[in-house]
Design a binder for this molecule. Structure first.
Ligand code: AHG
Ligand code: MN
Ligand code: MN
Length: 335
């Protein structure tokens, strides 16, 4: 067997930049290395979760009214520390913080905004099931006076993302990333502590045979969603489907990206606007999906075109292969 070229994520980003943005300063790869450093710290904590005192909740609720797990807090700290010292991140925003985080020393000239879900799939931490980190990177204009409301920089539509990705802490730790020129994946080699390339061009199959949804909510989905799922189950859609639902968006999407099919979190009785968060869940996932040849919608239009109005806003998320997504969108449109 041919050995894989030992290409690290750093090298890959630098080479991509040289190809697509020959005048780039290299600052962007420095920023990304803040994310990979934080993700190694998080991966280390996740791997040892049963050995050190990081399981369970901290007895607080976050801005979403959800119980914060110890690992949510640790992961948030790791990202804030690693990204806050890059010198080019002016503003950060996190699921775990009510307001955007201003980096005082880089508020005026920091070229980037990074928005993240430090630990996605918290309910799976205590049961040794895959969790992840999701990030979205936006550009920002200089703010020489340092007076601009940080929310102005944060509330940009998904089409403005310059890069996005996730790290899945699964049976291996994998980084999946796009900067708008396709999607590449890297696996953390624990022996050398580096993310090494696994697939330089990930593409989502045009159709799949898995659907992924929290079926316990299905009675409260709007009618067309129920009809769509019934169609997949009955074989009317032309193939036999299986269902898989992990309950960590990162892990459910990772499978959908590789195997195709569809993941959906529609509006429910409990979450009439959908449960997932636009800025740090739906947008980065949508960017990856589109870059891999798939589709991401909120049931009305492209996720990445939704104009954000608040940091923690929710939206329905329907994402997956073109075939399943087109069928669902047709059924929603004609309902
Ligand atoms: P988080 O742990 O960051 O709060 O995200 C949880 C999300 C997402 O990962 C997953 O797709 C969804 O919640 C699962 O929700 P249900 O338990 O309602 O199915
Ligand atoms: Mn999440
Ligand atoms: Mn989270």
């Amino acid at each position: 067997m041919e050995p894989l070229p030992l290409m690290t994520v750093q090298q890959h980003i630098l080479e991509e930049q040289r190809r697509h943005h020959p005048d780039a300063s290299g600052e962007f790869s420095w920023l990304l290395s803040g994310i990979t450093l934080a993700s190694k710290i998080i991966a280390d904590q996740v791997r040892r979760a049963g050995l050190v005192d990081v399981l369970g909740s901290v007895g607080q609720v976050n801005v979403q009214g959800e119980t914060q797990q110890k690992l949510d807090v640790l992961a948030n700290q790791a990202l804030r520390l690693c990204l806050g010292r890059r010198g080019n991140v002016g503003i950060m925003a996190s699921e775990e913080n009510a307001e955007p985080i201003v980096v005082p020393r880089d508020r005026q000239h920091g070229k980037y905004v990074v928005i993240f879900d430090p630990l996605d799939g918290s309910s799976n931490i205590d049961v040794n099931v895959s969790v992840g980190t999701i990030f979205s990177i936006l550009r920002r204009a200089p703010d020489p006076e340092g007076k601009r409301d940080p929310l102005v920089d944060v509330l940009q539509a998904g089409v403005k993302q310059v890069a996005a990705g996730y790290v899945v802490y699964g049976s291996s730790t994998m980084l999946v990333y796009t900067a708008g020129n396709g999607v590449a994946s890297f696996t953390l080699d624990p022996a050398i502590g580096a993310f090494i390339i696994s697939n330089p061009r990930m593409t989502m199959p045009a159709k799949g045979n898995i659907y992924s949804v929290n079926a316990a909510n299905s009675d409260s989905f709007p009618e067309p969603y129920q009809q769509f799922l019934a169609k997949l189950r009955s074989g009317e859609a032309g193939r036999t489907y299986s269902s898989r639902y992990i309950g960590s968006l990162v892990a459910d999407f990772h499978r959908t990206l590789i195997k195709g099919g569809i993941f959906l979190y529609p509006p429910t009785r409990h979450y009439p606007q959908g449960k997932l968060r636009l800025l740090y869940e739906a947008n980065p996932i949508a960017f990856l999906a589109e870059q891999a040849g798939g589709i991401a919608s909120d049931g009305r239009g492209r996720i990445m075109e939704i104009p954000p109005t608040s940091l923690h806003q929710r939206c329905p998320l329907l994402v997956g292969s073109r075939t399943e997504m087109k069928l669902l969108m047709e059924m929603l449109a004609s309902a």
